[in-house]
Design a protein. Sequence first.
Length: 355
Amino acid sequence: MTKTKKMDCSWSSYFSSSSLLLFLCFFSFDIINAEFNLTTISFDEGYTPLFGDGNLVRSPNGRSARLLLDRFTGSGFISSNMYKYGFFSANIKLPADYTAGICVAFYTSNQDVFEKTHDELDFEFLGNVEGKPWRFQTNLYGNGSTNRGREERYRLWFDPSKEFHRYSILWTAKNIIFYIDDIPIREIVRSDEMKLDYPSKPMSLYATIWDASNWATSGGKYKVNYKYAPFVSEFQDLVLEGCPVDPIQELSATDCFESDARLETADYSVITRKQRLAMRRFRQRFMYYSYCYDSLRYPVPPPECVIDPAEKERFRDTGRLKFGGSKPKAAKRRRSRRARRGRVQVVAAAEDPDM
Ligand SMILES: *[C@@H]1O[C@H](CO)[C@@H](O)[C@H](O)[C@H]1NC(C)=O
Ligand SMILES: *[C@@H]1O[C@H](CO)[C@@H](O)[C@H](O)[C@H]1NC(C)=O
């Protein structure tokens, strides 16, 4: 079954100030599988509230949840179990209109258990001023490698506040894949050289919305404007696959053989040739920052980086694009610890240059 997804240009005012407009309107993906074969669960089957209780609103049938941010608090939920290897996925819709300063995060972490040596895999959606599109980044940490951020930043080919799209993180012993719908947008293949920077301890799934005024939009230039509150993000068709593991007794504990085998043979564990092409197209057209090409930050790229000479051509030595979008400002880069609402720490990425 072949399905072509064409970008909807009706929201093109989104990009009206951008020379990317024409380019984006001709963008399309040819993908073999329209959807993965997934088993969805209810909120209570897999998750518990994390913070901002009143701002976590479950749907009457328990199949979906909304996370709200207002002037008093953000909110979040967490998986009831920790998993060693898994597939974490949800259909997500982000807040609309003026969303500067907001961060919606969908990620796995074990920072609550391993404060100094935590592992983490991130989708972080960064709000924007009205009329400017959401952007997002992916990142990973292993065994507390917080001084070695591995951020990539991207635009989207659709408006994530208008439609639900599925965002997924696959984590196996061999690789990590970030997906949007059935399009793999980033794959990290485990290599021996990565050592413990590759996440290796059981992690929980987190979903949060929080005020990231000092970081999310143009490096903190635009704050959350609570005139537009509450900001609502919706999560539905929740999927948690993998082996539930007690993080402390990990060694003596569960036999994960069966669930690991199920993970590794699932449709989302195999990147088809068409999907690989779609991944390359996505990365060529929508990635605007990669730590792998940021040679000021990493004179020697981290070991998992696959340097594509043609791709490298497109980036400056700051890891930012040479062309496309607006001009990057001078590389004013900060990497400081930020408190993430809800007990979690995150290391801020490179400042967003594209406003
Ligand atoms: C989908 O997955 C279920 C169980 O995970 C399996 O029983 C079923 O055969 C799968 N369907 C397809 C079309 O692969
Ligand atoms: C993880 O990092 C900590 C602190 O840097 C180190 O002591 C520990 O040995 C590392 N874990 C493993 C399994 O090597």
